[in-house]
Design a protein around this ligand. Structure first.
Ligand SMILES: Cc1cc2nc3c(=O)[nH]c(=O)nc-3n(C[C@H](O)[C@H](O)[C@H](O)COP(=O)(O)OP(=O)(O)OC[C@H]3O[C@@H](n4cnc5c(N)ncnc54)[C@H](O)[C@@H]3O)c2cc1C
Length: 486
């Protein structure tokens, strides 16, 4: 391990591992794969690859907009990191005034999740600056800067099930256990995807492919420009496998953490000393389940199979070591047990598309609605206004037949910090799916979709927009990508 950056408020830090000391992969030569004909498994208007928050929203929204949709997912469930990754703390959907700005598909999910599958403040408290309420929710993922926010925790199994039922209700062809391997590109446009499954190699042909893999697997392999700049010490780069402990009493833990700050500091110091890699728990949707979304490990690549394996090995070992330590020393954890390690590894960042537009740090202070706004994100802190998300952030600079959504959209590395969060992934997924439907139905390239038609369709689906078909709100020009990644 190269450096350990540690503070109790380590929001932007992680343990950094040194890849330089790694033994180089031996050269075992090459195997020339012979060309062959493969069966076309399916043809559709819109193919969404990846069933995470963005891909689920894309498939559901494309189908709602009337397209013939298929959704391909390599695992056995929908929700991606928000379910299989155990990232069950959904970040802020309200702005700093308490206004709900992440709407549309997100609102539909929360309207339909069972009440006992969601833990968070009630609607009348969103935006409250009441100090008792804010300090209560600050211990439970739902208050920052003294303001209560709508950032609940959820039951991952309920979200998996609901996501699946929504897409099936809309007649999406759902394909699990299938890994998209190669995009099919002809004349500068993506026409479909080759995938691998237990049946072998097959193809799906589509008018428009939505890349919702999170890692930009398809746009990268199709030759679209992308960036992967990130600061090593920054949280956005690091990976870990999350886990849950059952049999805990989080009420007692919070009483200890908030009520005995000196004892809590000593506990954290002892944990770091004994375990090295050390993490504290977050609340979940139940008092008897604790969530650990770390320890964060940086210096690894999410595109390197040896690194992915190393992070899994370290995380599983850390989980067992934490159980012993917490059982022995943490109030509320005396009867804790290993409930589940996440089926999906937690990757915050791999690649980001270079789009015709982007979400940029330079936008933050003004917060003006962009002409091609397809969604609105809450700002990172109360000192900034809400931030406009442009359609151009989903559209590759040159490649046709493909749109991107989710954590790999076009943005600079500062803005990636919030654009990768689950609510923003729902927003960009909904926009990508709706735009893909319009492109497929109009037999046009996604970049040729009429922005006002897209905005009208999104507003009809309940998405919150300021600029739009009704022309409301101040409108700024699309930011130039030259200023991105600066
Ligand atoms: C440890 C950690 C903590 C986080 N904390 C928070 C938090 O507190 N709040 C918050 O809101 N967000 C948080 N995030 C961010 C958030 O979870 C993710 O950025 C978000 O889930 C990304 O959604 P997505 O749809 O872009 O991608 P993903 O959730 O990664 O989903 C991608 C899906 O595509 C599938 N897939 C990938 N490649 C292929 C392929 N080739 N073929 C077929 N299927 C494929 C995957 O199996 C997966 O289901 C955190 C992330 C991590 C890792």
């Amino acid at each position: 391990m190269k450096t350990i950056v540690r503070t109790d408020e380590r929001i932007l830090s992680s343990d950094i591992f040194d890849r330089d000391g790694r033994v180089a992969r031996p050269d075992h030569g090459v195997w020339s794969e012979p060309g062959r004909d493969i069966p076309v498994y399916h043809r559709c208007g819109v193919l969404v690859v990846g069933g995470g928050p963005s891909g689920t929203a894309a498939a559901a929204s494309a189908a709602r907009a009337g397209a013939d949709v298929a959704l391909l997912e390599r695992y056995n469930h929908l929700g991606g990191l928000s379910t299989g990754g155990l990232v069950i703390w959904i970040d802020r959907m309200t702005d700093w005034e308490g206004q709900l700005v992440i709407r549309g598909f997100a609102e539909e999910l929360f309207d339909r999740l069972p009440a006992d599958a969601v833990a968070g403040p009630s609607r009348e408290d969103w935006g409250s600056q009441d100090s008792a309420k804010a300090s209560h929710w600050a211990q439970r993922t739902a208050a920052y800067h003294g303001i209560v926010t709508w950032s609940p925790t959820i039951d991952p199994e309920r979200l998996k099930l609901l996501s699946q039922e929504i897409v099936l209700e809309r007649k999406v062809k759902l394909i699990y256990h299938s890994w998209a391997a190669v995009p099919i590109v002809q004349d500068g446009a993506v026409k479909g995807v080759v995938f691998e499954s237990k049946e072998g190699r097959m193809a799906i042909m589509a008018d428009v492919v939505v890349d919702a893999t999170g890692d930009g697997d398809l746009f990268a392999r199709a030759g679209a420009a992308f960036v992967n700049d990130i600061e090593e010490a920054d949280v956005h780069h690091c990976m870990n496998t999350s886990w849950l402990f059952g049999g805990v009493d989080m009420g007692r833990w919070i009483d200890f953490k908030a009520g005995r700050p000196d004892a809590f500091s000593a506990f954290m110091a002892r944990g770091r000393e004994q375990l090295g890699l050390f993490e504290r728990p977050f609340v979940s949707w139940r008092n008897d389940v604790a969530l650990f979304m770390g320890p964060r490990q940086s210096g690894y690549s999410a595109l390197d199979v040896d690194d992915l394996t190393a992070v899994e090995v370290r995380s599983h070992r850390a989980m067992a070591a934490h159980l012993d330590f917490f059982r022995a020393h943490a109030p509320g954890f005396e009867d804790a047990y290993l409930m589940l390690s996440a089926p999906q590894i937690g990757v915050r960042h791999a690649r980001r598309l270079s789009g015709v537009g982007a979400v940029l740090r330079s936008q933050w202070p003004e917060g003006r609605a962009l002409a091609d706004e397809i969604g609105v994100s809450p700002a990172v802190s109360p000192k900034f206004p809400n931030i406009s998300i442009p359609y151009g952030a989903l559209v590759p600079q040159r490649l046709d037949g493909l749109l991107a959504c989710g954590r790999h959209i076009s943005c600079d590395r500062n803005s990636h910090g919030f654009m990768r969060e689950i609510p923003q992934c729902w927003i960009t997924g909904q926009a990508a799916g709706t735009a893909a439907a319009l492109a497929s139905q109009g037999r046009i390239a996604p970049r040729a979709v009429e922005v006002t038609a897209l905005q009208t369709a999104l507003q009809a689906q309940g998405v919150y927009l300021r600029a739009g078909a009704d022309g409301a709100g101040p409108v700024a020009e699309r930011p130039s990508l030259e200023t991105a990644n600066s």
